[in-house]
Structures are given as structure tokens and as C-alpha cells.
Design a protein around this ligand. Structure first.
Ligand SMILES: Nc1ncnc2c1ncn2[C@@H]1O[C@H](COP(=O)(O)OP(=O)(O)O)[C@@H](O)[C@H]1O
Ligand SMILES: [Mg+2]
Length: 255
């Protein structure tokens, strides 16, 4: 069976896309024994960094893959976490303009992934915090999208933006992407705004909102600096338990 393809997307930055994609990737590998590929299509490259990849010195890069100058197989890095990564770095940002001029520019990643889709059970893509051609590629290469939303007023304001983009992908680009789930992230129970935003998300998304809520914790924040997932950096912590619970919910919803 080909891999389940999931894009982790929100047009807003700082909502926990990268934290969620790399921790979810490790969790799905570890607790569900799946073969997981994490594709980083954000030029910041933080998903690779968080798993210990030296992104400054990549032999072959995702920007070359998108431009058909390299094979995706040559870019895959096996990490100690057990997850395979296609890392990125800032050179991907430089490639954005030439990529935008290519024929079939929206489906470059989908085409690249097709050559490894039978070698993995799950392929997760960490998106940049914008709606440019790189995010479009991630969404066009995914059957489902996971949307992390942080517990802020601006986070809530971003919801119509996300819905509009998904509508464009479905209607204009004719790709029937589905919402795997909306994930409440960075939840601080001491803050009224956090409760208010969570309430609004429940009302708006109903059962498309994951029951799992990711707490705001120091351990989740510092884990990337140890090049470790939350499961290795702080096993048993509230953050580790939340991300493990998320893997269970994701397993029930993947198609
Ligand atoms: N649950 C959390 N608790 C504490 N800090 C978090 C949490 N999630 C993310 N962060 C921190 O917030 C910042 C933005 O998170 P990140 O995952 O990079 O978001 P995005 O990829 O959406 O921009 C990072 O410094 C990250 O470590
Ligand atoms: Mg990110």
C-alpha cells in the first residue's frame, strides 16, 4: 500500500508546525512501528535540525529534487530517531523563483515523492509559514492536511485564511485534499485566551478538532536544541504524553 501522505500546514508561523511534524514523525515510527519519511519544505530547515541533520552541508537538496536535478532518494538522510528525513536549507528559498516558472510547478513534490511512496507507511511534510509555491506543493502532494493552531487571537484570525487556501487547492487545482484534523497547540491553561480559542475551535470544527491538546511546555520548546524528539528529551513529560496520544488519533484518521 502506498504511504499515507500528510501535510502539516498553517499559513501562520510559530503555531507548532515544525514541533508537531518532527515529534509526530518520531512517534508514529516508535509507537506504531511505521516507516516514516519527514519531508521539510520550509527553507528554515528546522525539521531536519531538530532530528540532528547538519543542514549546512547537504550533498543533494530538496530544491534540486523539485527542479529534477537530483533524485529524492539521494536526499534522504537516515536519522538516529528512526525517521528518514528529506532535509532542506536556505537554498530552497533561492530556488523558489525558478521553481515558480516551471511547467507543472504545483505538483513538483508530488512527482518527486511518487518514487518512494511504496517504501514508507507515512510521508509527513513540514510546510513553511506562508502560502507560496512551496506550501502549495506540499498540499498538492498530500491526501490529508493536519492544521496546528496556536491558542492566540491571531491564530483564530488565521482560520478563514487556511480554509480559503484549502478551497483553492480543492476547487481551482482540483485536488481533493481532506482535513485530517485541526490540532490545538501551545495550550497554557492559565490563560483565558487559550480557553476561549479552544472553545471557538471546538464550535467551528466539531470532531475535526483532535481531542489531544498540545500543552505549552519548556520541554517541547527546548527539545530541538538537543536534536531530540520530545520522547527522547523528556519521556513521560506532559508534552511527550500529548504527542503520543496524537499518534493514536492520527492512526484512526489516516486514509
Ligand atoms: N507546545 C509548545 N510548548 C512550548 N514551545 C513551543 C511549543 N510548540 C512550539 N513551541 C516553540 O514555538 C516556536 C515556534 O514553533 P514551531 O514548531 O517552530 O512553529 P512553526 O513551525 O509553526 O513556525 C519554537 O521556538 C518552538 O520551540
Ligand atoms: Mg516551522
Amino acid at each position: 500500500m502506498p504511504a499515507h501522505t500528510i501535510a502539516v500546514f498553517n499559513a501562520k508561523g510559530g503555531v507548532g508546525k515544525t514541533s508537531t511534524s518532527y515529534n509526530l514523525a518520531v512517534g508514529l515510527q516508535r509507537f506504531h512501528n511505521l516507516r516514516v519519511l519527514l519531508v521539510d519544505i520550509d527553507p528554515q530547515g528546522h525539521a531536519g535540525v531538530a532530528l540532528g541533520v547538519n543542514i549546512a552541508d547537504l550533498q543533494h537538496r530538496i530544491d534540486e529534487v523539485l527542479q529534477e536535478k537530483a533524485s529524492i532518494k539521494d536526499t534522504i538522510v537516515k536519522t538516529e530517531s528512526g525517521v528518514d528525513v528529506v532535509p532542506s536549507n536556505i537554498l530552497l528559498a533561492e530556488a523558489e523563483i525558478p521553481i515558480s516558472g516551471l511547467h507543472g510547478r504545483e505538483v513538483l513534490l508530488r512527482r518527486a515523492i511518487s518514487s518512494v511512496i511504496n517504501e514508507y507507511d507515512v510521508i509527513l511534510t513540514d510546510c513553511p509559514p506562508n502560502v507560496g509555491i512551496l506550501s502549495v506543493n506540499a498540499l498538492m502532494a498530500a491526501k490529508q492536511v493536519l492544521v496546528p493552531v496556536d491558542m492566540s487571537y491571531l491564530g483564530l484570525l488565521g482560520i478563514p485564511v487556511i480554509e480559503r487556501i484549502l478551497g483553492l487547492i480543492q476547487n481551482r487545482l482540483e485536488h481533493p485534499i481532506e482535513i485530517l484534523g485541526v490540532l490545538a497547540t501551545r495550550y497554557d491553561s492559565r490563560l483565558n485566551i487559550a480557553k476561549d480559542v479552544l472553545d471557538s475551535l471546538e464550535k467551528h470544527f466539531g470532531d475535526r478538532l483532535f481531542e489531544t491538546v498540545i500543552p505549552e511546555t519548556v520541554k517541547i520548546r527546548e527539545a530541538p536544541s538537543f536534536q531530540a524528539s520530545i520522547f527522547d528529551h523528556a519521556p513521560g513529560s506532559s508534552g511527550a504524553m500529548a504527542y503520543q496520544q496524537l499518534t493514536e488519533e492520527v492512526m484512526k484518521r489516516v486514509r
